[in-house]
Each structure stands twice: as C-alpha cells, then as structure tokens.
Design a protein around this ligand. Structure first.
Ligand code: ATR
Length: 272
C-alpha cells in the first residue's frame, strides 16, 4: 500500500485522547510523513480492531484504557520493560508479527529526570499505589539506581507482591500508607485516587523541603494530592510531561528517531 504509514491510538473511550495531536506534532518536528488516528474498539473487540488495522496497513498503535492487559496478551514478542509492566501501551506491526512495548515508565522517568531536572540516582523515592500504573514504572525507576524505592499502598499485600517481583532489580521495599513517616526526595502518586478527588492518606512529614511530588494525573487544576503536597512545602508536577514523553518514546520505537518535546509540552499546557 502506498501513501503515508498509518498509526492509531486504540481505546474505549478514545475521543479525548491527545495522542493524534502529539504524534502529528512529532511528525512535523522530525520531518516525517505519517497518519495517526483515533480507533474506538468495542469493549469485547480489541483483538478484532487490531487485526483490522493491520490488514488496512497499520504499522503501529498506542493502546489505552482498558486494553493494555489485552495488548500484552496479544503481542507475540514483548520488550523486557513490557514484560515487567505486565501491560503494553505500544504495539508495532512488522513482518507479520505483533511486537509489544511499554513506554509509560520511561516517559515518567524522562519527565522527572530531564524535564524537571530532578535526578533519581541515590535518591529516596516513594511510589504511592500498586496497581497497573505503579507496576509499569518500577523497572525504569530502579534502572536510575535510586538509594531506595518504597512502594506504599492502601492494600499493603499488593505492594509487597510488587517488591518481591522486582527484588532482583534494585533496593525496593513495600508497606502500607500509615507506616511511612520519613521525608522522601521524590514522591510519585500512581494511585487512581485523584480521579475521585481522594487523597492517599500519607503523613505530611514525607514532604521535606525540596521534595518533588509528582501526580501521574493531569488537568487544568492541580490534583488534591498536588495541593496537599504544595501545602506542605513540596515542589509539584503533574503527569502531562509523562504523557508527552511516553508518546515520544513510542514514536522512536516506530520511527527510530526521538522527537524534541519542550515546545509541545508548553503548547499542550496552554490548551488544557
Ligand atoms: P491503575 O491501572 O490506574 O493503576 P488499578 O490497577 O485499579 O488502576 O490500581 C489503582 C491503584 O490506586 C491501587 O493501588 C489502589 O489501591 P488498592 O490496591 O488498595 O485498591 C489505589 N487507589 C484507588 N483509589 C484509592 C484511594 N481512594 N485511596 C488510596 N488509594 C487508592
């Protein structure tokens, strides 16, 4: 098939996805020609939607809610970071095979280390939550060689399972929220609490002066977690940069070039 190569974001719902704008920006930024569309898959029709897209000449796709686990199951080959995450947000179709990757964790780490200029090496990091979003970022965080990564969760047993899974990859510990009473350098909220305007019940003492408090959620207003953290002296940041950086990493998985992201981030921020 001739014409520009085709990519898509597959989800349900998908109408609000910013990915088409982001990848159109990256295409312009890197001088590449491609088409990137939104694909709404029925809740019971993810596999069929992927197969149809491949048959129509699709070269790759981002996968969003609620299909990241199904994409992991569908992929015939997985990157180590996708295997560790247990979820796939990036599919690449080549030579009749489906390759699954996960760029969420690298997106988070790039946004913190590069964009927020907050290195993780030798730092104490607190990760709040032990669901899919948390699991996806653990390996890339440990790759930065922090002094310690503590995973705290409402259900401590789930945090302990993750700590056991990643024990060989770095210094990782687990506990419940009420067990944490010391300051951390970087605190990442990977719970879905912000969606319901709820706050993970952490002791404010975790926010030292200069602590970076990061919420994976983003929106026009600061989340309740960000407001709480700022009120206790932390520097705050939302997940818009993570969104942009995971997209840049997906783009580079597909196209072999990593676009610059700085201007795009401010452009998106102005349009929230
Ligand atoms: P996701 O893919 O967004 O991570 P998930 O796998 O359902 O979604 O995980 C949700 C995470 O947010 C879990 O860590 C959950 O805690 P539990 O494991 O105890 O369920 C956490 N969470 C959700 N609502 C919360 C709240 N109101 N306060 C604290 N933690 C919350």
């Amino acid at each position: 098939m001739s014409g520009p190569e085709r990519y898509a974001v597959i989800g349900n719902p998908v109408a609000h996805s910013r990915s088409p704008d982001i990848h159109a920006w990256f295409a312009r930024e890197t001088g590449q020609e491609l088409v990137y569309e939104r694909l709404l898959a029925p809740l019971d029709g993810f596999r069929a939607a992927v197969e149809q897209f491949i048959a129509a000449g699709g070269k790759g796709a981002n996968v969003t809610v609620p299909f990241k686990l199904e994409a992991h199951a569908l992929a015939q080959e997985l990157s180590p970071r996708a295997r560790a995450a247990g979820a796939v947000n990036t599919l690449r179709f080549a030579q009749g095979r489906i390759y699954g990757d996960n760029t969420d964790g690298v997106g988070l780490v790039t946004d913190i280390v590069r964009n927020a200029a907050s290195p993780m090496r030798k730092k104490k990091i607190l990760l709040l939550g032990a669901g899919g979003a948390a699991r996806g970022v653990i390996l890339p965080i440990l790759a930065e060689r922090p002094a310690q990564l503590v995973i705290a969760n409402r259900t401590p047993e789930k945090a302990r399972q993750l700590a056991t899974q990643f024990a060989a990859d770095g210094p990782v510990a687990a506990c419940g929220f009420e067990e944490v009473h010391v300051p951390f350098d970087i605190i990442i909220n990977a719970t879905s609490a912000s969606l319901g305007d709820a706050l993970p019940p952490v002791d404010p003492v975790v926010f030292g002066s200069g602590t970076l408090a990061y919420d994976m959620m983003y929106g026009r207003e600061a989340t309740v977690f960000m407001r709480f953290a700022r009120g206790h002296g932390a520097v705050i940041r939302d997940g818009l940069g993570m969104l942009v950086e995971q997209a840049a990493e997906s783009f580079s998985v597909w196209r072999g070039v990593r676009p610059r992201t700085g201007e795009l981030l401010s452009w998106l921020r102005d349009r929230l």
